[in-house]
Write a protein that binds this ligand. Sequence first.
Ligand code: TEU
Ligand code: CA
Length: 541
Amino acid sequence: MYPSVLNEIINTMDKEWWKKAIVYQIYPRSFCDSNGDGIGDIPGIISKLDYISSLGVNVIWLSPVYASPNEDNGYDISDYLSIHPDFGTMDDFDALIAEADKRGIKIIMDLVINHTSSEHEWFQKSRKGIEPYKDFYYWSDSWPGTPNNWTGFFGGGTWEYDSERKASYLHLFAPHQPDLNYHNPLVWEKINEILKFWLDKGVKGFRCDVINILYKDSLENGKKKMILTGSEYYLTLDGTHEILKRINETLAEYNAFTVGETVFVDTNDARLLTSPERKELNMVFSFQHMEVDQIIVKWFKKKFSWKKFIAVLDKWQRELEWNTIYLENHDQPRSVSRFGSIEYWKESSKLLATLLLTLKGTPFIFEGEEIGMTNFDFVSMDEVEDVESKNIYKILSSVHVPKGIKWKMIKNTSRDNARTPMQWNNKNGAGFTTGKPWLGINKNKDRINVEMEERDRDSILSYYKTLIAFRKKSDDLLLGDYRLIENGRNVTEYMRGGLSIILNHSDKEVKREIRGEILLSTENERKEGFLKPWEAILVRN
Ligand code: TEU
Ligand code: CA
């Protein structure tokens, strides 16, 4: 090969370094508390960097750590340029970047720019009509015909009356989360300054919250729908594509990457959003595989079917050249409780790890997933903190849904399932805190925790480490083509390059002759000619 061609390939690989990344998501409130106030913080994260590094991951995505009144745990930002005192100081943040860098770990931040907190200075000035902030939000006195019939992501209406301005403002999420008005060019200028501020600090990219709903085309009444009436006026519109291009221009100077959380996108939307030629986002988080067992705004749980699950994953694998792979985040119930088997907790967690780390794309691991943390074991609404769950419960109560059913719905779908504190050991406080944790700790910390799993070579944690190390060295898993071979009721098989990945996602032992060399199995002792319940294997053909 000519050196110039080789150089070009190396340059592209370097620019696309995020394709080689394995990302670990931290929900800072629930990760590690360094000062006993019951809330996880940045010094806590720093104290666990060696642990994170021992997993073999090389990027951390931090859920929001900015100043916030915490109506939605930081997804309501009141100052984009400061760190919430609960989490520490800007010096702590700088130390985190430096300490992570020493370990070859890059930090990406959560960028929440569809809305701010109502306590943000921009909103406070906007409601008083002070320029240049007057039209930073969607106010009914600037838009004839509003308020409209739109319904929001957390249930209920999307307009809140403000007595100061004597007008209503649009909020697609909680009333304390007013939507920014991207028809006003100044809004983008301010956001651009924020991006640069963090990039200059050494942040290597952003996970962009609900990024495909930024731009609202019109504020007309929408066609009535079961959920999100009005969404035809804001889902993935040209105005949003324009803003994404500008974000991309800013980031290009820093060799940073973006992953957009995009709601209600199909593979066509995602291809546009991530096309290298269009220069918008690098990857997206889509929801279709998360909707196999529940609808996106979580009201009902549907029956889960592996066949449907694999069919959706397969479609995304085939139709996108590169994208994210994830099974969990801070909004979703725990994957083992959802797609796995409680009876085969360890085995099924390992099988899910295999799926996550052998598909094509950049894998995202959510804190605790690597030790098989499960859904919460709360027994009443008093223990729930999540604003979405509380809203849903209120709405269900107003239409007289019986208590047992209401509670079941919350239990199955609440975002707090993912947000209970990280289980570091089996002591009181689970090694997460010496104080009173902000959210209850799962009692299964006695048997599901980092300390025990670190000592056990057969643990879920040990399996994650092995598989991550394997993936990093495997051209097949990094670059290999993807092809589905079998989507059966009990067994799935797909190829990545020259490797076969075979998953028995059932409680049954399945007869299966394997041709080729078995490179890795979730089982210590295999049974010749069979796949054990929830066994997953990697085979070289
Ligand atoms: O989530 C957006 C989003 O789509 C969720 O609200 C989703 O509808 C819900 O969680 C399903 O249960 C992002 C953040 O990830 C979430 O934590 C925030 O609450 C939300 O945006 C508002 O910023
Ligand atoms: Ca703390």
